[in-house]
Design a protein around this ligand. Structure first.
Ligand code: ADP
Ligand code: MG
Length: 762
C-alpha cells in the first residue's frame, strides 16, 4: 500500500552560535567562519606555530552563522520535513553538538520570545495551521516526551517520575517504549502545555540541572494521524511521526582514572551517543553488514531515523571560540559522515496501530449504542402514546434521525418526568385506594422514576463521551479554524518561496564548484608551451594544497582514533580485571555442583537484554533440588516414627523438627561505673530530712526561705559558668574531675545548699 520512494540522504546543517559574554570578555579569537552561500564552514587552526597550515573546510546542506534567525532556519530546513510528516512520512530532527553550543536553543529556543522560538514550538504552529486549512480530512495529533539518561528511559509526562520504562519490539510496528504516555492535543496551546509539563519534570528529577541536561537525551514525539476518504470510497489513514531530539552534549566524557562503579557510570553516561556514532559509521562504511542499533536505547528507538523509513535532519551546533576548536572539528567530522547515510522514507498508510482508527471505531460503537437507546425510548413513547396518555402530540415531532437533537431530547425527558410526577400525585389523591395498595403503587412509581433518572443519566454520559471523542478529531474549518488573514498567508508563502530559492541557489553553487574542477582540465587548449606550463603549475599547486589538507585530515583522524582506542583499551582492561576477580571467587569459593546448578538456571533474556535466573524446579535431571522424602511430608525434615509419637505425648525440644537455636544476647562487659550519690554535708542532710518529713509536720517559715533563696542564686550562676570553660580548650580526661564524688562542704555563707568548689574566681 505504501508508496515507495527512492532513498535520500540524511540532511545535515551546521549552526554556529555567537560568542557569548564570557568568551568576548576573555577576548577569545573566533576560528570559525561561515559561508552561507556555499554552505561551507571554515575552521582555522588557532595555534601560532601552524601559521602556514591550511584552514579546514567542510561542506554541508546548509550552514547558519551567529546571526541566523530561528524562523529563517525553520522555513529553510525544518518546514519541508514537518510538511512531509503531515503527509504521513516519519521525520526526525537531531540536535548534535558540544554542551553550550545551542542545541536546546535550536530545538526549544527562548520560550517567551516569538522571534526566538525554536523548532519544537514552530512546528506546533505549523502543524495546527496546516490542519486548520485542510479540507475533508480528520486529524488526530498526540504528543509524548521522554528522556534517556544513563541508559534509563523516563516518561517526562507521567505522574510517577521515578518509574523507568522498557523498550519493546513488535514485528509489525517495530520498536516502541512500553507504557509511554501520550496526550491527544487539540490546539497549539494544549501541545505547548504538554511540552511545558515535560520540561518541568525534566528538571525535577535532576540534582544538577546543567550536568543532567548535558548528559541526557530528550525526545519530543509528535504523531499526526490523518484520515481521508480515498478514491475507493474507504477511509484511509496516514500516520507521520516526528521525533524532535535534543541530544546529550557530545564533548568527551573523560573515563580515565575512573574505576569500578565510577567507571561503569562513566561508560554508561554517553553510551547512547557513542552508539549513535558507531551506527553512523557502520551505515556509511558500506562494508559492515551489521548495524549496531541494539547497542543503546537511543539507537534502538530511533532506528528508523538512521538508514530506515524516515526523513532525517541533523543540526550540528558549534561554538566559534578558539578554545573549542578540537570539539568543533570533532562535531564537524561527525556530521560530515552523517551526510552519507541513506534513508528510505515512505508514507505510512493504514498502519495497524493507528489510534485514529480506534477512535473512529469507538465513536461509531458509542453512537450505535446511543441510537439503540433512543430507539428504545421512542418505542416506549409510542407505546405510551397508544395507551392514550395525555401527551399524545409529542411523538409526532420526532423522526427517525433526530437522536442528535438535544432540544427534543430535553423535552422528552421533561415530559416523561412530569407525567410520572402527575401519576404519583393522582395516586396520592385517590381516596378510593386502600392504604397498603396506595403505598405499593407509590413505591412502584418512585422506583420507575428512579430507573428513569438513571437511564437518562447514562444516556447523557454516553452522549458526552461521544462528543469528547469527536472533539479530539480535528477537522479543518470545523473544530479548528485558521485565524491568519490573507495578508499573513501571502507573507508566509513568500517566505517559503525565498527559502526554497536560497536552497536551490546553494545547491547549484555547490554543484558548479565541484564540476569546475572536473571540467577545467578537459576544455583547456594551450596556445604556447609556456602557458601550458603556467596553467599546469597552478593546477599542481592547487592539487598539492588539496593533498596537504587531506593528509592533515588523515593525521587528525588517526590521532583521534588512537585516543579513542586507548580509552577503549583501558575500559577493556578494567572489565577484564573485574571478570578475573569474579572468576577467582567462583572457582575458589563456590562448589562445582552449585556452580553448575546456577549455570543451568541462568539464561539471557532478549527483551531487557540481561541475564536472568530460571525459577527453581524439582526436575530430577536438572539436579537443581532434591525432591522431598516421603517421611517428611508436612514436616521440616524427615522424622522417625518414634520421634513423632514422642512429640505428640509431650512437647520435648529433643524431638522438635525445626532447628531452633537459642540465641541469648551477649551482654558486653561494663565499662561504666554505677552512679554514686555525693557525700552530703551534714547541714544539707538535715535540711533534706527536714524537707522530706511528712507534710503535716512542716512548718513554713517564709522569711527564712526568701533569704536562703537570695543567697543561693549567685552560687547557681557561678556553677553554671563553670560548665563552659572560657578558654575554649577541650577538657581532657585527666583534668576533668568527677563532680559526683567530691562535693566540698558548703561555705559558711550558705547555710542550706552546697556551694561551688570555687574553681572559678569570683
Ligand atoms: P546546549 O543545549 O547545546 O547545551 P544552549 O542551547 O543551552 O546549549 O545554549 C547555550 C547558550 O547560548 C544559551 O544561553 C543560548 O541562549 C545561547 N545561544 C545558543 N545559540 C544561540 C544563537 N544561535 N543565538 C543566540 N544565542 C544562542
Ligand atoms: Mg541543552
Amino acid at each position: 500500500m505504501s508508496k515507495s520512494k527512492s532513498s535520500e540522504s540524511v540532511k545535515v546543517v551546521v549552526r554556529c552560535r555567537p560568542m557569548n559574554e564570557k568568551e568576548r570578555a576573555a577576548k577569545y579569537e573566533s576560528v570559525v567562519s561561515v559561508d552561507v552561500k556555499l554552505g561551507q564552514i571554515i575552521v582555522r587552526n588557532p595555534r601560532e606555530s601552524s601559521g602556514n597550515e591550511l584552514p579546514k573546510i567542510f561542506t554541508f546542506d546548509a550552514v547558519y552563522g551567529w546571526n541566523s534567525k530561528q524562523l529563517e532556519m525553520y522555513d529553510e530546513t525544518f518546514r519541508p520535513l514537518v510538511e512531509s510528516v503531515l503527509l504521513g512520512f516519519n521525520g526526525t530532527i537531531f540536535a548534535y553538538g558540544q554542551t553550550g553550543t545551542g542545541k536546546t536553543y535550536t530545538m526549544e529556543g527562548v520560550r517567551n520570545d516569538p522571534e526566538k522560538r525554536g523548532v519544537i514550538p514552530n512546528s506546533f504552529e505549523h502543524i495546527f495551521t496546516h490542519i486548520s486549512r485542510s479540507q475533508n480530512q480528520q486529524y488526530l495529533v498526540r504528543a509524548s516526551y521522554l528522556e534517556i539518561y544513563q541508559e534509563e528511559i523516563r516518561d517526562l509526562l507521567s505522574k510517577d517520575q521515578s518509574r523507568r520504562l522498557e523498550l519493546r519490539e513488535r514485528p509489525d510496528t517495530g520498536v516502541y517504549v512500553k507504557d509511554l504516555s501520550s496526550f491527544v492535543t487539540k490546539s497549539v496551546r494544549e501541545i505547548e502545555h504538554v511540552m511545558n509539563v515535560g520540561n518541568q519534570n525534566r528538571s525535577v528529577g535532576a540534582t544538577n540541572m546543567n550536568e543532567h541536561s548535558s548528559r541526557s537525551h530528550a525526545i519530543f514525539v509528535i504523531t499526526v494521524e490523518c484520515s481521508e476518504l480515498g478514491v475507493d470510497g474507504e477511509n484511509h489513514i496516514r500516520v507521520g511521526k516526528l521525533n524532535l531530539v535534543d541530544l546529550a552534549g557530545s564533548e568527551r566524557q573523560t573515563k580515565t582514572g575512573a574505576q569500578g562503579e565510577r567507571l561503569k557510570e562513566a561508560t554508561k553516561i554517553n553510551l547512547s551517543l557513542s552508539a549513535l556514532g558507531n551506527v553512523i559509521s557502520a551505515l556509511v562504511d558500506g562494508r559492515s553488514s551489521h548495524i549496531p542499533y541494539r547497542d543503546s536505547k537511543l539507537t534502538r528507538l530511533l532506528q528508523d531515523s538512521l538508514g530506515g523509513n524516515a526523513r532525517t535532519v541533523m543540526v550540528a551546533n558549534i561554538g566559534p571560540a578558539s578554545y573549542n576548536v578540537e570539539e568543533t572539528l570533532t562535531t564537524l567530522r561527525y556530521s560530515n559522515r552523517a551526510k552519507n547515510i541513506k534513508n528510505k522514507p515512505r508514507i505510512n498508510e493504514d498502519p495497524k496501530d493507528a489510534l485514529l482508527r480506534e477512535f473512529q471505531e469507538e465513536i461509531a460503537r458509542l453512537k450505535a449504542q446511543l441510537q439503540k437507546r433512543s430507539g428504545k425510548k421512542k418505542r416506549r413513547l409510542r407505546r405510551r402514546a397508544g395507551e392514550g396518555s395525555d401527551d399524545e402530540g409529542l411523538e409526532s415531532g420526532e423522526t427517525e434521525d433526530d437522536e442528535e437533537d438535544g432540544d427534543d431530547k430535553g423535552d422528552y425527558w421533561r415530559e416523561q418526568q412530569e407525567k410520572l410526577e402527575k401519576e404519583r400525585k393522582a395516586i396520592l389523591e385517590d381516596h378510593s385506594l386502600v392504604a397498603e395498595e396506595k403505598a405499593r403503587l407509590l413505591k412502584e412509581k418512585e422506583r420507575k422514576m428512579e430507573d428513569f433518572r438513571k437511564e437518562r443519566e447514562a444516556g447523557e454520559k454516553l452522549a458526552a463521551k461521544v462528543k469528547a471523542m469527536e472533539s479530539k478529531l480535528l477537522v479543518g474549518g470545523k473544530n479548528i479554524v485558521d485565524h491568519t488573514n490573507e495578508q499573513q498567508r501571502m507573507l508566509e508563502q513568500k517566505r517559503q518561496e525565498i527559502a526554497e530559492q536560497k536552497r536551490r541557489e546553494r545547491e547549484m553553487q555547490q554543484q558548479m564548484e565541484s564540476r569546475d574542477e572536473e571540467t577545467l582540465e578537459l576544455k583547456e587548449t594551450y596556445t604556447s608551451l609556456q602557458q601550458e606550463v603556467d596553467i599546469k603549475t597552478k593546477k599542481l599547486k592547487k592539487l598539492f594544497s588539496k593533498l596537504q589538507s587531506v593528509k592533515a585530515e588523515i593525521q587528525d583522524l588517526q590521532e583521534a582514533h588512537i585516543n579513542e582506542r586507548q580509552e577503549m583499551e583501558q575500559i577493556q582492561n578494567e572489565l577484564t580485571r573485574d571478570l578475573k576477580l569474579k572468576h577467582l571467587i567462583i572457582e575458589n569459593f563456590i562448589p562445582l555442583e552449585e556452580k553448575n546448578k546456577i549455570v543451568n538456571r541462568a539464561f539471557f533474556d532478549e527483551e531487557p537484554e540481561e541475564w536472568k535466573m530460571k525459577p527453581i524446579t524439582r526436575i530430577e535431571d536438572d539436579h537443581q533440588m532434591m525432591s522431598r522424602p516421603r517421611s517428611a511430608v508436612g514436616y521440616w525434615r524427615p522424622l522417625s516414627h518414634h520421634a513423632r509419637v514422642a512429640m505428640m505425648l509431650k512437647p520435648d525440644m529433643r524431638y522438635k523438627a525445626e532447628n531452633i537455636i537459642m540465641l541469648d544476647m551477649d551482654i558486653p562487659a561494663r565499662t561504666s561505673k554505677e552512679y554514686q550519690e555525693p557525700v552530703i554535708a551534714p547541714k544539707l542532710a538535715a535540711a533534706l530530712e527536714d524537707a522530706l518529713r511528712d507534710e503535716d509536720e512542716i512548718e513554713v517559715d517564709a522569711s527564712s526561705f526568701h533569704s536562703s533563696l537570695g543567697q543561693m542564686l549567685p552560687a547557681a550562676g557561678a556553677s553554671g559558668s563553670l560548665k563552659k570553660p572560657k578558654s575554649g580548650r577541650p577538657r581532657t580526661g585527666k583534668k576533668s574531675s568527677t563532680p559526683t564524688s567530691s562535693y566540698s562542704p558548703s561555705s559558711p555563707g550558705s547555710p542550706l545548699y552546697p556551694q561551688s568548689r570555687g574553681l572559678v574566681p569570683k
